[in-house]
Design a binder for this molecule. Structure first.
Ligand code: PLP
Length: 422
């Protein structure tokens, strides 16, 4: 049928027939997106032309040259994967078997009884963000009344993802701004008062945004409360290896599994393998027995099917190769150690310069907080000054990504912070 445009009436004119109206205001009710605060800062950093600018806003590990590293272990794995690559069928909904099995052993340990008993199911997901979303959708379906409790504060996207799943999100006390540490007693009291089957989002290590983690004793003290209140932990492990070590950072996950808890774990390879854009992550669920695990896996597959059908192949195969290859695995572990130790060195340097420049103020939190992030205690106005006057970009909450510092810029960053604190 021949159509022509009638501009005067804002409509399509069907030849010799009535006008077909279309609405010129179809999307007028769609409001402007204010942007993600962290990604927007990152964009502003990109546009800043000052040569001495420093980006400590986004949660990405940069090496001492200020570059995102391509880990040699991952590069070697990629050569092998590309050489061996064949046809590209769809993966199963739950992802590649070799990836899923390697992830289980990485998280729960090679000798995990829960794995041997068939109580753990693992799905390859689109980043660990995908794992959080799949887990949230599953929980909304099977625990519709459950509230999600997140730490105060937490990674901004936690609230966004779980509210996007239709869940109610509330907080439990966590960060103590007076000490730069943990409000553990208040956290425990809040969990003791939580409703049965509340979901408790816990950062397994390297808390984002504060860098404040639970000690082993504190994780142990959580177990009876979780059991008594029949809470369901949802562990987020996005920074494995950046705290104390690859196995050490899985302490809480292994403890919960050994103690017979049922829980979820979303884990990521964005940071630990520097594979941000490959979107490599997983969601695991530890179940009471193998029969329930079979049904959980089945319904997780259905949840994935409804979301994105199945995960991509390439990145997951790099991860599986690194984790299972006898040469590449120790190489990767050494690379993670190097990244961890470089961050620790930057923490020490920042602490030392600031302690010398701002006497009488305690900066020991830079040493006790772990992983990529520190809560600096800087106000939003101080962060604005740092950005505008010194080209030092950190999130307005005062969160700083220590992994954005290097031997060439750490002193300048410390001097700028000292200047706004005086
Ligand atoms: N969880 C936390 C605490 C994070 O900080 C991040 C990323 O910054 C993620 C999850 C998501 O990571 P991924 O890149 O695997 O989606």
């Amino acid at each position: 049928m021949a159509l022509s445009v009638c501009a005067a009436k804002n409509c399509l004119q069907q030849q010799g027939d009535d006008f077909l109206l279309w609405s010129p205001s179809m999307f007028q009710h769609v409001e402007a997106y204010p942007g993600d605060p962290i990604l927007s800062l990152n964009e502003a950093f990109g546009k800043d032309t000052r040569p001495g600018k420093i980006n400590v806003s986004i949660g990405i590990y940069f090496d001492d040259n200020g570059k995102i590293p391509m880990l040699p272990s991952v590069r070697a794995a990629e050569h092998k994967v590309v050489n061996d690559a064949g046809a590209r069928p769809y993966l199963p909904m739950e992802g590649a078997a070799n990836f899923r099995s390697a992830v289980q052993h990485l998280l729960f340990g090679a000798d995990s009884a829960a794995i041997k008993e068939g109580r753990v199911v693992t799905m390859q997901t689109v980043g660990s963000s995908g794992g959080l979303k799949i887990g949230g959708d599953f929980i909304k379906r099977y625990f519709p009344q459950s509230v999600m409790l997140v730490s105060d504060p937490t990674w901004d996207n936690h609230r966004a993802v779980f509210e996007g799943c239709g869940m109610t999100v509330k907080t439990y006390p966590y960060y103590d701004s007076t000490t730069g540490g943990l409000k553990f007693e208040a956290m425990l009291e809040a969990l003791k008062a939580a409703d049965k089957h509340s979901i408790v989002l816990l950062h397994a290590c390297c808390h984002n945004p504060t860098g404040v983690d639970l000690s082993k004793e504190q994780w142990q003290a959580l177990v009876p409360v979780i059991k008594e209140r029949e809470l369901i932990p949802f562990m987020d492990l996005a920074y494995q290896g950046y705290g104390d070590g690859i196995d050490e950072d899985a302490f809480a996950i292994r403890l919960f599994a050994e103690q017979g808890l049922s829980f979820f774990v979303a884990n990521s390879f964005s940071k630990s393998m520097s594979l941000y854009g490959e979107r490599c992550g997983a969601l695991s669920v530890v179940c009471p027995d193998a029969a329930q695990a079979v049904n959980v896996l089945g319904q997780m597959k259905a949840t994935i099917r409804r979301n994105y059908s199945n995960p991509p192949i390439h990145g997951g195969q790099l991860v599986a190769q690194v984790l299972s290859d006898a040469t590449l695995r120790p190489m990767w572990e050494a690379e993670v150690k190097e990244m961890r130790e470089r961050i620790q060195l930057m923490r020490r340097k920042l602490h030392d310069v600031l302690s010398a420049k701002v006497p009488g103020r305690d900066f020991s939190y830079f040493l006790t907080q772990r992983g990529m992030f520190s809560y600096t205690g800087l106000s939003a106005e101080q962060c604005d000054r740092l950005r505008e006057e010194f080209g030092l970009y950190l999130v307005r909450s005062g969160r700083m990504c220590i992994a954005g510092l290097n031997s060439g810029n750490v002193e300048a960053a410390a001097n700028a912070i000292a200047a706004v604190l005086k």
